[in-house]
Each structure stands twice: as structure tokens, then as C-alpha cells.
Ligand binder design. Structure first.
Ligand code: FDM
Length: 217
């Protein structure tokens, strides 16, 4: 850690249905944190640049079918292969802002309602192997609204009926885990301000030594 950068970085995750504004908001947050002198990086999962990520990409593009348990495990493996880098960033004082994390893994797999692939299974796969976010910002918007945004429908999961199921699964997880629920129908700037204010508190708490928990141990 460099000068003025003592203490660990915060681990901030954005979740929400497709086209709810996660990418826009997470990138805006990183820019705002940097402006305030916070060392911050933007990451996303899936990371489509790795070997595992390329398999995921071809599945999402509909070029390849994969069993539900196998694709779930590939998404998990994609996070596990980045774990060392993630941990060293956090421990070195860098705040990492993530566009999707294991919460997406659980929500999307549970939405499929595949026998045997329940929440306990999802949590067991990676829960004790990965760090827990310090905060999850859950962007809530009606799936119909999200579907009207640009690019919807390009990938496998971008189907209204499936997104409704994902939204239900997100809602259950959010209640269970105490995510910060945010109204994603407000303007980009209003939502950004709300997130910024909260995120600065999280960054300060982490800097002051709040421990890194396990995801779902
Ligand atoms: N997704 C993402 C999953 O099904 N499981 C996961 O673990 C993760 C991280 O992949 F439809 C889904 C969610 C979304 C797609 O889209 C990735 P974006 O546009 O790259 O976020």
C-alpha cells in the first residue's frame, strides 16, 4: 500500500436484473471514488477474457449448450480463478467495485429451478472459498422497464419471463442477506449520489479495519 492508502480496500458489489444500470452505476462510482482520492478499480463477472470466461461467453451467446450444473460451476470457477488477485487488491488498499458477483450465480441458477440445484448447493460450491462483499447494491427496476433499454434480448437470459424469475430470486436473497436496495427508476445522477454517499462510509469502515468475511461459510 502506498502513502495515504493505509488499511484495506472495500469490496463493493452491484447486483440487479439485466439492463438495470449496474454497469453505468458501478463505473460512475469508481470515477467518483478516484476523484475523492480513493484507489479504486472496476471489475466485472463473468470475466470473459480467461479460458473459462470464453466458454461462458459462448454459452451466453447461445453458441453452445451446457448443463445447468456445469455452467454454474464454470461461473464459480471464473470467480475462483480471480480470487488471489482480488484478495491482494483488497489487502493492498485498493477498493474493488464489481459489476455482478456470486449473488448473480445464485440468482440465475435458482431461477432455472433445476432439481438438485437449490440455494444450499449454490452457496456450498463457492461460499467458503471467496470473500464476502462489504456491501451489495441491489438495483431494483421493473423487468419491463429494463427490457426496453438498449441491447436487451442479445443474450441467452435476456427473455422477459426468465428475468421475472431472476428478479424473484434476487428479492429473496436480498431479504436474506440484507442488501442495500435502491430504486433504479430514478435518474442516473440521483441514484449515483445516493450510492456515493453510502459507499464512502463503507470505504472508511474498511480502511479502519473492518475484517473481510467469507462469502457463505
Ligand atoms: N450470470 C452472471 C450468471 O448466470 N451467473 C453468474 O455467476 C454471473 C456472474 O451472465 F445474464 C449471468 C447474468 C447475465 C450474464 O451478463 C452476464 P453481463 O451483461 O456480462 O453482466
Amino acid at each position: 500500500a502506498g502513502a495515504g492508502n493505509e488499511g484495506r480496500g472495500a469490496f463493493i458489489v452491484f447486483e440487479g436484473c439485466d439492463r438495470s444500470g449496474k454497469t453505468t452505476q458501478s463505473k460512475k462510482l469508481v470515477a467518483a471514488l478516484r476523484e475523492k482520492g480513493v484507489d479504486a478499480e472496476w471489475w466485472r463477472f463473468p470475466d470473459r477474457t480467461t479460458g473459462v470466461g470464453r466458454l461462458i461467453d459462448s454459452y451466453l451467446a447461445g453458441k453452445q449448450d451446457t448443463e445447468d450444473d456445469v455452467i454454474h460451476l464454470l461461473f464459480a470457477a471464473n470467480r475462483l480463478e480471480k480470487k488471489q488477485e482480488l484478495m491482494s487488491k483488497l489487502e493492498g488498499g485498493t477498493t474493488v467495485v464489481l459489476d455482478r458477483y456470486a449473488q448473480s450465480g445464485a440468482a440465475f441458477t435458482m431461477a432455472k429451478a433445476t432439481p438438485g440445484l437449490d440455494l444450499a448447493w449454490c452457496m456450498g460450491v463457492e461460499g467458503s472459498r471467496l470473500p464476502a462483499p462489504d456491501v451489495v447494491y441491489f438495483l431494483k427496476a421493473p423487468v419491463e422497464m429494463a427490457a426496453e433499454r438498449g441491447g436487451f434480448g442479445d443474450e441467452r437470459y435476456e427473455v422477459l419471463e426468465f428475468q421475472r424469475k431472476v428478479a424473484d430470486c434476487y428479492m429473496n436473497l436480498s431479504k436474506m442477506e440484507g442488501w442495500r436496495e435502491l430504486d433504479a427508476t430514478q435518474t442516473i445522477d440521483a441514484l449515483h449520489l445516493e450510492i456515493c454517499k453510502d459507499a464512502m462510509k463503507v470505504v472508511e469502515a474498511c480502511k479502519a479495519g473492518r475484517p473481510i468475511d467469507l462469502l457463505w461459510a
